[in-house]
Design a protein around this ligand. Structure first.
Ligand SMILES: *Cc1c(COP(=O)(O)O)cnc(C)c1O
Length: 214
């Protein structure tokens, strides 16, 4: 067994069945993605548009579900809307409007709202107070489907703070659902903190290094 398939097996055994695994393949070759695919992993996350498109071109024979998880530049919205199944990092009004504009009416683009849960000044993401209004806006755009929230807590948090940040995001997610938003995805947890995130209520984790190595 290769190390990629061994690592995937580790996650399959570790995570409960209600949690989806997205393998983050940024900086990885198309061959590595193909190897993970052969081991049964069909959903991948990418952070750089150009790099992702080059690999997508090499992997057309596979039925991959592509997630965009990176920073979104306005001039890349067309390419993102046309070439991904999910965008987990929407965080600006002008961006969602453009994604909606460029998305084919035939199949809505799944999106998650990136939440800046720790109110970090240098980080992108919607402030907690503004998430309701933002979700409502997405709800008015016919070619987008708001699936939930995505969060990356402050990297310098200790374990207790990290858990608290995840829990705050779960509370927000539940409040949105109680108010009638049909959300099903809470994307939180990476290699270093996925167990804590699942404990706090995550149902989608994004793992890069844990599968491909450092
Ligand atoms: C790179 C990245 C990940 C994966 O991080 P690892 O520590 O390699 O598991 C997850 N989410 C986002 C948004 C990323 O940019």
């Amino acid at each position: 067994m290769t190390s990629i398939s061994k690592n995937l097996k580790f996650y399959k055994n570790r995570i409960p069945s209600h949690v989806r695994l997205i393998v983050v393949s940024k900086n990885q070759s198309a061959d590595h993605i193909r190897e993970a695919y052969k081991a049964g992993q069909h959903a991948f996350g990418e952070s750089y548009v150009q790099e992702a498109l080059e690999k997508q071109a090499l992997l057309r024979d596979l039925n991959i579900e592509w997630h965009y998880i990176g920073n979104i530049q306005s001039n890349k919205t067309k390419l993102i809307a046309e070439n991904f199944d999910w965008v987990q990092s929407v965080n600006r009004l002008s961006i969602v409007e453009k994604l909606n504009h460029y998305r084919s009416p035939l199949k809505p683009l799944n999106v998650c709202i990136e939440v800046n849960i720790d109110n970090e000044e240098t980080k992108s993401g919607i402030a907690k107070e503004n998430v309701f209004a933002f979700a409502k806006k997405i709800g008015s755009l016919p070619h987008l489907k708001c699936r939930g929230l995505m969060v990356i807590p402050n990297a310098s948090n200790d374990e207790q703070q990290l858990l608290a940040s995840f829990q705050k995001t779960t509370t927000l997610f539940n409040e949105l659902k109680q108010h009638g938003f049909a959300l099903d995805t809470l994307s939180m947890g990476m290699t270093a903190d996925f167990e804590l995130a699942i404990k706090a209520g995550s149902n989608m984790i994004r793992i890069g290094r844990g599968v491909f190595g450092n």
